[in-house]
Ligand binder design. Sequence first.
Ligand code: AMP
Length: 179
Amino acid sequence: MTELPPPISAEIANAIRNVPDFPKPGIQFKDITPLLADPRLFAGSIELLIDGLKPGMVDAVVGIDARGFIFASAAALRLGAGFVPIRKKGKLPFTTHEQDYALEYGHGTVAVHTDALKPGSRVLLIDDLLATGGTAAAAAALVRRLGAEILRISFLIELKFLHGREKLKGYPIDSIVAY
Ligand code: AMP
């Protein structure tokens, strides 16, 4: 019997490096740089992030600062869609909408340009990792504030034990690798 190759999602999972105690004690940082350096796995992760979507179905792929940009810009090219960045507060030069979200200690703020999306445009929202869901929920709120429609939120990695999906109720969620 010939052995089947492992599914690409398993190879993608193997290419994600766990770095303990970064950036602070107790955090297991999911380092995606080995995955990005492998052209086959990088391309495969983009295909899985856009799975089921075809050019013409999405007007904009919105990426979340900063690692979300890497995947969202490649996905946008694949889908023939525009790319829109949601950035940490203070980085975007034009007029912005801002949204606060809770962090372990204190809060963060994300921002989007006020003219980044046309009302009614169809959006795929992408980030590298879903942890508590605060960042993605704030980003989704900004997309909605511009009057755009979220078709799906796609993550490369999901830390299931943090129950981030509970903050994203009402949105279709997809992740490639779950811990
Ligand atoms: P959260 O708002 O808690 O869902 O956090 C998600 C954001 O924080 C994403 O943009 C991730 O890039 C980053 N993040 C959170 N936890 C980790 C982790 N263990 N490894 C790498 N990035 C993380």
